[in-house]
Design a protein. Structure first.
Length: 155
């Protein structure tokens, strides 16, 4: 099944992402360009029932290249609820600064390292990075990109 390129994804749009290791992972547009990626893998190009009940593997901002390329398979649309319908919180730590910020929905507030613990680092991910990170996730490895960002920022 070949997917049509989608230039304007909307919150609630769901994509099946082909994995190098085989099968598909699922990503869903949340708020603006935030995507939630689920802890669910299958060989089927069918929108799973109860997708919003699956655990998250991670949620990050994604560049528009992924849905627009047509490589990710558009499966349909779900109605967003709860945290999926709200902007996510991210750690923003400017390079060369010791100050940390929590970024959420276009607003940044100073924060302590403790308040930022466990947050994703604010960064826009391209499709090939997401695909690599999903392959790492389902193989039980920490993402090389995440390791590098943490090391570079000292977090």
């Amino acid at each position: 099944m070949k997917s049509k390129a989608r230039k304007n994804s909307k919150p609630g749009d769901v994509y099946a992402i082909p994995l190098k290791s085989g099968g598909y992972a699922f990503g869903m547009v949340c708020h603006k360009n935030d995507f939630a990626f689920f802890d669910f893998r299958t060989d089927s190009l069918v929108l799973p029932d109860g997708l919003l009940n699956f655990s998250l593997s991670f949620r990050v901002p994604v560049a528009k290249d992924a849905p627009a390329s047509g490589k990710w398979n558009y499966l349909g649309h779900v109605e967003l609820t709860g945290d999926y319908a709200r902007p996510s919180r991210y750690l923003h730590k400017p390079i060369g600064s010791e100050q940390c910020y929590i970024y959420c929905g276009g607003v940044e507030e100073p924060a302590t390292r403790e308040e930022c613990a466990g947050l994703e680092i604010l960064s826009t991910w391209f499709s090939f990075h997401i695909e690599d990170r999903l392959d790492d996730y389902f193989s039980g490895r920490e993402s090389k990109c995440v390791i590098a960002m943490k090391k570079y920022l000292g977090v």
